[in-house]
Design a protein around this ligand. Structure first.
Ligand code: NAD
Ligand code: ZN
Length: 359
């Protein structure tokens, strides 16, 4: 079966396009209980951007600190319950922030119309009804969350996305001006998520001309941004990174991620390590699988003088390493893509433990 996916309905791209958000929302304001819910990264609370949010008196705005932990099912349920209890059903939800905020906005949109806890819907196509209108405004680029059909949530039992067609944003606003203030380490780790998406998408059995075209272009952009003579955090590179993130996301959607993401899920689930950082920690030691990609990645780390810890595994217990290896092993679609349909003959929980011991 070939993948058949729904894309973002509308995309606006360009410097200053954030100022079109008000007009975009005006068309939808008459829906449901006629107010908008803005979910915004707390970083922007006292920043000039907060004054430019097209807030009307009836709207609700929530500033969320994403640093203590990645989005949780509890957090999403409580936002939904709080808003429904106090104001009713919004006309739309707008997420302004990185992958964490965009995932919260996507999940909240779905949970407004699907009863019970979001833990019931972690998985593929478990959502019963379309959510409400939702808009994504990325302020840090790389995860591809702006284009993906999943909203990754950590619940009491699993870290797994609410994954279905209705998760995809109705509208995204891509304004490269918004990513100018991202701290350098985050710029790098999150940007590398795109680079790794492309390397993994390209190196596996599900790679095809469609996913390849996106990956090829996104990799070219990543090389300009992180390696070329004009590399670094500049307005020109921010313009490119925002596009690379989207294309990297599309590439993996039509192919698959691989070994690095399998390990990264283990690191996030068992140690709470953040997705993009965990990818960088793991990818650095995957030269057996991605020799060229890892060589180039290390060049980028050196060039930008990025702090990437090594020797972490000496502080992990055998139990933790086994637990992480089990999480990774239980992602068969990634191993199948990266290693082939006979991956179980080549990859075992023990061999994955060895990979973790390299980190
Ligand atoms: P993030 O949203 O976690 O933010 C990282 C840091 O950057 C935070 O401190 C945030 O406050 C700060 N920040 C964001 N924008 C800023 C700006 N313009 N200026 C200054 N600081 C800014 O970052 P992320 O890496 O984009 O997202 C990671 C999350 O995305 C994880 O929860 C992961 O599970 C999820 N994810 C989702 C998908 C998907 O397809 N849905 C894919 C990959 C990762
Ligand atoms: Zn990723």
């Amino acid at each position: 079966m070939h993948k058949n996916f729904k894309g973002i309905e509308k995309t606006v791209y360009g410097r200053g396009s954030f100022d079109q958000l008000g007009t975009i929302l005006d068309e939808k304001r008459g829906d449901n209980d006629k107010f908008m819910l803005f979910i915004v990264d707390n970083y922007f609370k006292d920043k000039p951007l907060s004054k430019r949010i097209p807030l009307k008196p009836e709207d609700v705005i929530m500033y969320i600190d994403v640093d203590p932990h990645e989005p949780t099912t509890d957090q999403v349920d409580s936002i939904r319950d709080q808003v429904l209890g106090s104001k009713g059903l919004p006309a739309g939800v707008i997420g302004i922030g990185g992958g964490s905020i965009m995932d919260i906005a996507k999940a909240v949109s779905l949970m407004f119309t699907n009863e019970g806890s979001s833990t019931l819907y972690q998985g593929l196509n478990l959502i019963k009804k379309p959510g409400i209108y939702h808009v994504g405004v990325p302020t840090i680029s790389g995860t591809g969350a702006e284009v993906s059909m999943t909203a990754v949530l950590t619940g009491p039992e699993k870290k797994l996305g609410l994954k279905c067609e209705w998760t995809v944003f109705n509208q995204v606003v891509l304004d490269p001006e918004l990513i100018a203030t991202v701290p350098r380490n985050w710029w790098f780790y999150t940007g590398m998520d795109t680079y790794i998406h492309c390397i993994e998408s390209e190196n596996g059995i599900l790679n095809n001309a469609y996913s390849h075209a996106y990956a090829e272009q996104a990799l070219k952009l990543c090389r300009d941004i992180f390696l070329g003579p004009a590399s670094g955090q500049t307005p020109e590179n921010d313009d490119k990174l925002m596009v690379a993130s989207l294309m990297g996301g599309l590439s993996l959607t039509y192919s698959e991620v691989g070994v690095c993401h399998a390990l990264s899920y283990g690191l996030s689930k068992i140690l709470g390590m953040r997705h993009c950082f965990a990818n960088c920690v793991a990818f650095n030691h995957l030269e057996d699988y991605y020799p060229e990609g890892v060589r180039e990645f290390r060049e980028m780390v050196r060039k930008h003088n990025i702090d990437l810890p090594q020797g972490l595994s000496k502080d992990w217990s055998d139990e933790q390493i086994t637990a992480m290896a089990k999480v990774s092993y239980n992602l068969p679609h990634m191993w199948n893509h990266a290693v082939g349909p006979d991956w179980k003959d080549k990859v075992t929980v023990e061999s994955i433990e060895e990979l973790f011991r390299r980190l």
